[in-house]
Design a binder for this molecule. Sequence first.
Ligand code: SF4
Ligand code: SF4
Length: 310
Amino acid sequence: MNAPGKGGKGSTALVFDIERCAVKDGPGIRSVVFFKGCTLNCAWCHNPEGISFQPQLFFDADKCKYCGACFDACVNKAHLLHDKQHVLDRLRCAGCFACCDVCFSGALRRVGTRMGLNELMEVLLQDEEYYKTSGGGVTLSGGEVSCQSSFALELLKALKRRCIHTAIETNLCFSDAGFALLREADLIMADVKTVSAEKFAQYIGSGFGQVLENLKALEQCKTPLIIRTPVVPGVNDGEEEIRSIALLLKGLGSLEYYELLSYHPLGEKKGECIDIRRTHFTQPSHQAMLRLAGIAKETGIDVRVDGKRV
Ligand code: SF4
Ligand code: SF4
């Protein structure tokens, strides 16, 4: 795996989005930096454009206004009209992103831009006042942020120098370098998706043992910790599964709460736009989520469902 952005003076990170004024990724009003590239490949990922370590061409045909600008801009003639529909022939695409520069409608865009530390800080500091007044800050997300750990560490330190609260979102599938990040952050939000090695291999990828090992290591963690499970019907919505995960969390001294997150099919459409097929899952009902939360609560831990205490 070739992780970009090595850290240190003049280094860059590959970032695929910066969400400003976010309210779901930690306390208060936050900016969320999405690092591109992930150690896992969850079948239900709602940010599939964050999985690859390379910049990608995102094409949403539904937004096309048929102005024709991209047809002219592409020297490889990768944009075609087929049955009066705008079709992108990705086999002809050389990944130059010239078509993105001329598309005014947002139908075409480059996903993945290299940013330096100063450039990134400049964007993040625009909302410094909101962070301070709302008890918010900056969240480093992905993808898997630990894949660009050196750069991320420099970013956390720079934010800390400004007394800005920091949070890390992680899939827990990382080697030692990831722990340096966790030590530097003010809040850790980590996913535990299943306790089944078979399901992990089938729906998520490799690294099941490492995730469990890192979860165990968090028993020594002093940083406030939120553990989350995206609940995907047919995969990990069994009562035994949720009970087993909740029991694993009882040993985590700094656990603030356990959160169950309802699967949302947003990633399916995004997958089409970067030409990767995603599995279709149904959304869990609110009743089903509350039932699972009740089971988790029986273990004695604090539980939330989609951001709300139950
Ligand atoms: S990225 Fe470049 S080669 Fe690919 S479709 Fe756009 S203009 Fe053509
Ligand atoms: S430039 Fe954008 S809006 Fe115009 S034809 Fe191409 S995709 Fe459609």
